[in-house]
Design a binder for this molecule. Structure first.
Ligand code: ADE
Length: 331
């Protein structure tokens, strides 16, 4: 398998914890089953897989699934990302080098510039791209034929994708946050790959604080492993987890300092909301995209925050968790 392009600069460690086959994949059962059937059917027909769009918050397994699909199909994977494809020519270069059955993985596909996106339509549908030479009355187009490839798009904001693009994917699936039980299984698997022993209640405590996200679970596990190695003879107990995560600023609900800062800003500066995203971001000095795509999804999912037409509001659960006085409307 060859990775020609892209931002896949993850360290070897995190790659080695990732499942390599669908049979090793924990959670997202419906998505996994859909892919298993589509892959088996395509292999039986000796055809490339249809285009796949995976949507969901960061760290839930979109990139991992793309690599698994490639491995299960016995295909090469070429990776790129929306922001890296600045001009039509960038995408042309990649597309014209694809061989039959290759997989093109485009991360953050919602960030593709509009002009580049338009190259994708005929590429996905007719396996051809039209390139325009010269301008004005001398403009000529030349149609380049492409090999039949599979596009796998990953996005944290499917709502931002234009409908012509979304409609060209045969398989569209949302990834959801993982349950504590699924994260316990992932943490035990990772602990065993890292060669560290962990108690059942320690794995559960880590899972409860992992924001429903395997990437977070594995990151916490590494910090806990270091702590256990230096302070507890290498074995992970529940109290090791609690002490190690306290040091990391991760609280009993898995919220980090930035999560708490966001909730406190809404409560202290905007009377609990509703408040617009721009106002929150101006106070926190964070980009709105980061709040919407990275910080907010878990706060919404776990009931610390709600989104109303007037803006974001902190919930009663947020006041109680932060130990702040609730306004009379929430009593
Ligand atoms: N490591 C990270 N995500 C995983 C998953 N979904 N299943 C198994 N191991 C994982």
């Amino acid at each position: 398998m060859k990775e020609l392009l892209g931002k896949e600069k993850e360290d070897e460690q995190s790659l080695s914890l990732r499942p390599r086959f669908l049979s090793e994949y924990i959670g997202q059962e419906k998505v996994v089953e859909t892919l298993r059937i589509a892959i088996e059917a395509a292999l039986q027909r000796n055809e490339p897989l249809e285009h796949v769009l995976l949507n969901g918050p960061p760290g839930l397994g979109k990139t991992t699934l793309a690599h698994i699909i490639a491995r299960e199909m016995g295909a090469r994977i070429v990776t790129s990302s929306g922001p890296a494809l600045e001009k039509g020519g960038d995408l042309m270069g990649i597309l014209t080098h694809l061989e039959r059955g290759d997989i093109l993985f485009i991360d953050e596909i919602h960030r593709i510039p509009k002009a580049v996106e338009e190259f994708l339509y005929p590429a996905m549908e007719e396996f051809a791209v039209d390139f325009v030479f010269d301008k004005g009355i001398y403009a000529r187009t030349h149609r380049f034929r492409l090999e039949r490839f599979t596009l796998i798009g990953a996005t944290t904001r499917a709502g931002l994708l234009s409908s012509p693009l979304r409609e060209r994917f045969g398989i569209v699936r949302d990834l959801d946050f993982y349950t504590v039980e699924e994260l316990v299984k992932i943490i035990k698997r990772s602990a065993s790959l890292l060669g560290v022993s962990i108690d059942e209640d320690a794995a559960e405590e880590t899972a409860r604080r992992a924001r429903g996200t395997p990437r977070v679970a594995n990151r916490l596990l590494r910090r806990i492993r270091d702590y256990a190695q230096v302070k507890a003879k290498g074995h992970i107990t529940k109290s090791v987890v609690i002490d190690a995560l306290e040091l990391e600023g991760i609280d009993s609900e898995g919220l980090c300092e930035m999560d708490r800062k966001l909730l406190r800003t809404i409560i202290n500066n905007y009377k609990g909301g509703p408040v617009g995203i721009e106002a929150i971001c101006a106070t926190l000095l964070v980009e709105p995209d980061v709040v919407v795509e990275v910080i907010e999804p878990y706060l919404l999912k776990s009931g610390f925050l709600i989104r109303t037409p007037q803006g974001r509001k902190a919930t009663e659960k947020a006041y109680i968790h932060l130990g702040l006085q609730r306004p009379s409307s929430l009593l």
